[in-house]
Ligand binder design. Structure first.
Ligand SMILES: Cc1ncc(COP(=O)(O)O)c(C=O)c1O
Length: 405
């Protein structure tokens, strides 16, 4: 049994988006501020629609999620050398955004649910004196947000949610991204809506959005923003806030708007595919699926599991054998960064190079599989069957160890 579809093939942009993009190109008015008097640009419309979706007053569309995280920290007042807590299991743009803002990442361990370890968070909040928590809901796994918020309150931490993997998800009925002082979303091709590159920043705080808008490169055109406060709030900061140019353009907004309309339906489709794979994986005695809290209303655009008894050499064989059958899987434990994935210990520019034993152990056993919506449910079941079978074949060989996680 082999699989023939590509794990990096996303769905086509909806016809409505293609038409809108063609209109933008025909008009030549790609720049967000190139509007007629009283007209709202497509970028404005996207900000308004996303702010409605998230039930928040303020939204800014920008060049990427990494850029949004950078200006979020700046808008929250980060100063050179300030410490920022963040989960050790995240993607390279996250410590990169902290570094770009002049901050020092303080890596926090993760737990078996792939969420930030709340004990380690509390401990590091206490000893580091950090004022910020940049929390990645990595691979769509959402922490117990009630407990996270309690820790933020206890230690006066400002919370930035990295929702690159949780657009459309909820914790206990509340949207992921609506807990923090700021939340940032990605619209890069492999995220829940796709404009190639792009980011969305939301915040309930008017003093944060005004700064973020000027940072994003609004020149003195900030009054052209609608998911934002009154002009006079900008006037107060216009002389003291630098422009870090990272705007979104109307072409990207044009293709994102119709995708936003179908986002909830897409979330259902991801979860159907996830559950079909989950059912197959749970039949394997060698595979341990991630336990999820009943309060987590996740959007599973990927699936993760542990193979507790597999040795590092076994993981490499598993990747190779699955690839030979047409199935691309990722191992988060690889000490060598490759493709999109790099582990915390490959970020050598970080001052603190302390090894995080618990994170190390968890990532060392962790497999990840992307779930593109171009796969049918049958495709997903085929993928899961191939991977389960290969795990079984390898664990019949010498690449295993007898103990469990
Ligand atoms: C967890 C996480 N956070 C942030 C980002 C940054 O997003 P962008 O590529 O839009 O800058 C990514 C991108 O892959 C990500 O996976």
């Amino acid at each position: 049994m082999s699989f023939l579809k590509s794990f990096t093939q996303q769905e086509a942009i909806p016809d409505e988006g293609i038409q809108a993009a063609i209109e933008v190109m025909k008009s030549g008015r790609l720049h967000r501020y190139n509007v007629n008097p009283g007209e709202k640009s497509l970028t404005d419309q996207l900000e308004l629609e996303f702010s409605q979706y998230m039930e928040v007053d303020n939204c800014l569309a920008c060049a990427s999620c990494g850029y949004a995280l950078h200006i979020a920290l700046k808008a929250l007042g980060i100063k050179d050398g300030d410490k920022v807590l963040c989960n050790a299991f995240t993607l390279a743009p996250v410590p990169g955004a902290i570094d770009n803002a002049g901050g020092i990442p303080v890596l926090v361990d993760i737990d078996q649910k792939l969420c930030i370890d709340l004990g380690d968070l509390e401990n590091k909040a206490r000893i580091s004196g950090a004022k910020y928590l940049l929390l990645s809901h990595m691979r769509g796994h959402i922490s117990d947000m009630d407990l996270v918020m309690q820790i933020c309150k206890d230690f006066n931490l400002l919370l930035i949610e990295d929702c690159a993997h949780t657009m459309g998800a909820k914790w206990n009925g509340k949207m992921s991204g609506s807990f923090g002082d700021v939340a940032c979303f990605s619209t890069q091709t492999y995220k829940h809506i796709n404009s190639g590159e792009g980011g969305l920043l939301i915040t309930p705080h008017s003093e944060v959005i005004t700064k973020a808008i000027i940072y994003s490169g609004s020149y003195m055109l900030y009054e052209k923003h609608y998911a934002a406060p009154d002009k006079k709030e900008f006037d107060a900061i216009k002389y003291t806030t630098p422009n870090y140019s990272g705007r979104m353009d109307n072409l990207r907004a044009a293709i994102l708007l119709p995708q936003l309309k179908s986002l909830n339906q897409k979330c259902i489709s991801w979860n159907e595919r996830y559950h079909s794979m989950h059912q197959i994986f749970q039949l394997s005695p060698h595979i341990e699926l991630i336990v999820r809290d009943a309060k987590e209303q996740f959007v599973a655009s990927s699936i993760q599991f542990f193979v507790p008894t597999l040795l590092p050499s076994g993981f490499q064989s598993l990747i190779d054998q699955c690839e030979a059958k047409g199935v691309t899987i990722k191992w988060f434990g690889d000490s060598e960064p490759s493709g999109y994935t790099s582990k915390y210990d490959s970020w050598h520019y970080l001052k603190d190079q302390t090894r995080l034993e618990s994170t190390e152990h968890i990532l060392g056993k962790l497999i990840d599989i992307r779930i593109p919506l171009t796969f049918t449910i049958d495709d997903c079941m085929t993928v899961a069957e191939i991977v389960s079978k290969e795990v079984e074949i390898i664990l019949g060989s010498a690449d295993s160890e007898p103990q469990s996680t």
